[in-house]
Design a protein around this ligand. Structure first.
Ligand code: FE2
Ligand code: FE2
Length: 478
């Protein structure tokens, strides 16, 4: 179905055919816009930004580019096309028709999952709101804003489900989504990683690479849901989400590239000679590793406890499936299966077989880790091509955890258990220190000339929408 842009709220869900829902959403819309003006990107409200907007959900129309002022972006409700005769692909109701309405017995589970997903979307806009002030280029500024407006749209996606299918409770939850604030002491966002500061552009790239990728995994499992409107919503969100992770992966690639080029030009042979590298005005590889350690582990926490009856119940009920569920060759019920889970046994990290059903969080987290590795291979290739013997690595899952099996112990990135005193003494060898943050902050001076880039990051290989290198992605003065 084509997207109707004549309506106040663009949509492909025939909103005009459901007057009470339309009224409820039109009532929520000004609150959303108030929130955007207050907590969306600081400044730049009148800038003309080269953004993509969906005009249809198919390959031809989902990324239509044009110049928009952000507060005038057409946030709307877009569902992927329905799959005819779609069936539930897993759990106790395997093979039965997917639900077009919320089954009463699954109402609270579904609501919780939708609210939790929904909460992350505005949270990330809040976390990133000051970054525009220190952008390394107009290209990067535009990418930041593209991510921002789409996270705003993902909030719309979840609010649509809440308001359409969850009655008064859903309307209240929709209001709460605009009330909580990332990092707020009294009313924080629901998940830890979404209350963390994202103070600089390296954090932004790490965030979009690692934390948006958690979002990808969650959306993939929800796209399997027996609740068909949720599945269709998530499927379209995933199309947009891919760009966010592209921004992260290429952003880190460009930082690594620039650092390697600068080290070579200066004849530096030891990439761990931090003082020498920093003197060149680029970010040294050990500090990039520390940032990676931080964002990867914060993102691991988003998967919840390794062993979880909630996860088992949601699977049995047909609500939340596995990553690529339909492509997995098994019975999709998992009643008698096991899955190896990393656990702390007698003071050692060991793999223990657990019932596959309760180990679903662990499995999704493993899928996530495998997905993360791809970027590391690319980054390490840049480093080795530059002739340096240095590898970025993912830390052990026992390192720096606040949730799950390893939350009460300390471990090194190599997975060696250590005591509190050792941890306190050494933690800044592995995680960014205040001094590291200050150094990165010192590089964050805005570059807004057309075709210009900050000296700590390489230009991209290709422009957005194949635009040339000197394209003015954001017209700041209007
Ligand atoms: Fe999102
Ligand atoms: Fe995202």
């Amino acid at each position: 179905m084509a997207i109707d842009y004549q309506e106040l709220i663009p949509n492909n869900v025939n909103l005009a055919g459901d007057r009470s829902l339309q009224r409820a959403l039109e009532h929520w819309q000004p609150h959303f816009l108030d929130w955007w003006r207050q907590l969306g990107p600081s400044d730049f409200l009148s800038a003309d930004v080269y953004l993509r907007t969906a005009t249809s959900v198919d390959a031809k129309g989902w990324a239509t580019y044009g110049t928009v002022k952000m507060p005038e972006y057409r946030w709307g409700i877009f569902l992927a096309d329905a799959v005819p005769d779609r069936r539930i692909g897993f759990g106790d109701e395997f093979g039965k028709p997917a639900w077009q309405q919320v089954p009463g017995e699954h109402r609270s589970t579904l609501r919780r999952l939708i609210v939790t997903q929904g909460d992350t979307e505005p949270a990330s806009v809040e976390q990133l709101r000051r970054l525009g002030e220190t952008c390394p280029s107009l290209y990067d500024l535009r990418n930041l804003f593209q991510v921002n407006v789409e996270e705003g749209r993902h909030l719309w996606a979840m609010v649509y489900l809440l308001q359409k299918y969850f009655g008064r409770d859903g309307r209240e939850e929709a209001d709460e989504l605009l009330r909580r604030r990332s990092g707020d002491a009294d009313s924080p966002r629901m998940l830890g990683a979404f209350n963390e500061a994202t103070p600089d552009w390296l954090s932004f790239f790490m965030f979009t690479y690692f934390t948006d990728r958690d979002g990808k995994m969650q959306l993939h499992s929800l796209a399997q849901s027996g609740f068909d409107p949720l599945s269709r919503t998530c499927r379209f969100m995933l199309t947009e989400e891919a760009h966010h992770m592209f921004v992260g992966e290429t952003g880190i690639s460009r930082v690594v590239q620039r650092t390697c080029e600068a080290m070579r030009a200066a004849g530096i042979s030891d990439p761990t000679d931090i003082a020498k590298v920093r003197a060149l005005g680029v970010i040294d590889l050990p500090t990039i590793q520390k940032k990676l350690n931080l964002h990867y582990t914060l993102s691991l926490d988003l998967f919840g406890s390794e062993v979880s009856t909630n996860a088992a119940n949601a699977f049995n009920a047909g609500i939340k499936g596995r990553y690529h569920e339909t492509q997995i060759k098994d019975d999709h019920r998992l009643q008698n299966d096991t899955y190896p889970v990393l656990k702390l046994v007698d003071g050692q990290i060991k793999r223990v077989d657990e019932p596959a059903l309760t180990a679903l969080n662990m499995r999704l987290r493993d899928d996530y880790t495998q997905d993360c590795v791809k970027g590391l291979l690319r980054w390490n290739k840049i480093i080795s091509l530059a002739g340096y013997d240095f590898k970025l690595t993912l830390p052990n899952v026992a390192f720096h955890r606040a949730i799950g099996e390893f939350k009460d112990i300390h471990a090194t990135p190599d997975g060696v258990l250590i005591d509190d005193a050792t941890w306190n003494r050494r933690r800044h060898e592995w995680l960014p220190s205040t001094a590291d943050g200050d150094f990165i902050a010192s590089l964050m001076t805005p570059v807004t000339g057309t075709g210009e880039f900050a000296p700590w990051i390489s230009p991209p290989k290709v422009g957005i929408d194949n635009k040339p290198g000197d394209f003015e992605y954001v017209k700041i003065e209007t």
